[in-house]
Design a binder for this molecule. Sequence first.
Ligand code: FAD
Ligand code: SF4
Length: 529
Amino acid sequence: MSHYDVIVIGSGAGGGTLVRHLAPSGKRVLLLERGGWLAREPANWDAHAVFVDNRYVSADTWYDDRGRPFQPQVHYFVGGATKLYGAALYRLRAEDFGDLRHHGGISPAWPIGYEEMEPYYTLAEQLYEVHGARGEDPTEPPASADYPFPAVSHEPRIQQLADDLAAAGLHPFHAPCGVRLNERDMPHGHCVRCATCDGFPCLVHAKSDAEVLCVRPALERSNVTMLTEAEAVRLETGPDGRAVTGVVVDRGGERETFTGDIVVVSCGAANSARLLLASASEAHPAGLANGSDQVGRNYMFHNSQAVLALSKEENPTVFQKTLGLNDFYFGAPDFDHPLGNIQMVGKSSADMYRGEKPLQTRLAPQRSLDAVARHAVDFWLSTEDLPDPGNRVTLRDDGSIQLRYTPSNEVPKQRLLHQLKSMLGQLGMHHDHLVPRHAYLKNDIPVAGCAHQAGTCRFGADPASSVLNTDCRAHEVDNLYVVDTSFFPSIGAVNPALTAMANALRVGDHLLDRMGAPRPERTVIQHVA
Ligand SMILES: Cc1cc2nc3c(=O)[nH]c(=O)nc-3n(C[C@H](O)[C@H](O)[C@H](O)COP(=O)(O)OP(=O)(O)OC[C@H]3O[C@@H](n4cnc5c(N)ncnc54)[C@H](O)[C@@H]3O)c2cc1C
Ligand code: SF4
């Protein structure tokens, strides 16, 4: 049995970031990751391998509310889902931290305000080398520093789109991007600005993911150890249930137990709930830290829609994800409630269509799919889904995940789509024509598209209605923390990863204080304009 100061379970946006923050303290840190290193191989950038063969999707089987099995779109690798993510690194809006009235109900307030998270957003943007431009997005929250790197430029068709949107009186902005691109000096940058970014691993390690920017640097320190292919299967507590006394790990069928003064769970929202529920004991009969019966509840994953518009001109854009639009985030002229965020998604290709709709595209000739792809302009629309205690992760008898989910707040989702549709004519696209895409959404079983999963262990001031306190420590267990997207009490309508990263840094400072270790020195990186 080995003993550590801190054990972190899961190496994605939450866990990987936390370990990077704790590493300089010299404290003994163990990082447990159920996956392995994601192989660097030509298939990283092969749309057929990624979207048709699902090469990097876990082989897990989960079950929906009716007990139907499905393959969830989750990724078990060092770096977690950030290995495949689109690296659109948004801050939540300041208003998202308060009660926000939506058409479908209230999006509840967070127990901390935006101002408490702000310094950590700044730090996370620096750690993850985010590119962006302040002052363009009318909904952006106040920031204490500029983006560390300049906005990624639009390619001509997207610049045209930005110009057309502006001419229509809207405020398109340069989307915050986590790509390690140096447009002024490409030979000395990492990113080659390719078309296989969003949903693909980065073959040249130029994406700002948790493996490259957090786990690898952390492992350079001798006080940090990582075990891969090491799945935490149970957390043990002493008889009074007040502290985790052992982390039971499955390594290739063998069980081992590790001990740590502090244990941090960061397995992704569904798997963190699973681990706590699977750790029921006499002291915690309904699952660890689940006296409030909140573990697993309030699962959210965004009301997302990926749609393709057909440009009248060809769209030869390679790296498309450079533009965002938040003019409808809090409503529209004819709608008083929030609609959500519009952004670009990675440029689509014929192989992606085949992966998304295998039956419908089986007989389609390659050249007609290629023709669609040549004219496609691909949008990603996100509307907030609201926390609902009935939307929850539970465990089946065999320990596998059952995910119950009833959609909420659907009217604004449709309104946002119609809003975009109504503008297409002004944007040089075929009028009134949007084709749904299902890249991450899997239309046969929608809950399988769990890329933006959050909730399940929400933080709050009241132990009766939350799992974690404001430091993300379990109300009922003195040394147990959760730092993945599980802690979200509401999800907003922008991508979740930067918020998980920022919060992991915030919790990291709390843990360093708790251990009497110094916080790392901060330097604010300001890019040269
Ligand atoms: C295709 C795709 C595109 C996306 N695009 C964006 C985007 O552009 N912008 C954005 O903000 N977000 C995006 N996301 C979402 C973003 O990646 C996630 O919100 C974020 O990674 C969640 O962080 P996490 O720490 O909660 O979980 P993860 O990053 O998934 O990390 C969880 C880790 O825990 C490990 N694990 C699970 N169970 C165990 C266990 N029992 N024992 C040990 N290890 C375990 C997993 O293998 C994984 O490494 C995207 C996601 C996907 C899949
Ligand atoms: S666009 Fe850049 S970061 Fe993204 S996959 Fe290509 S090289 Fe990597």
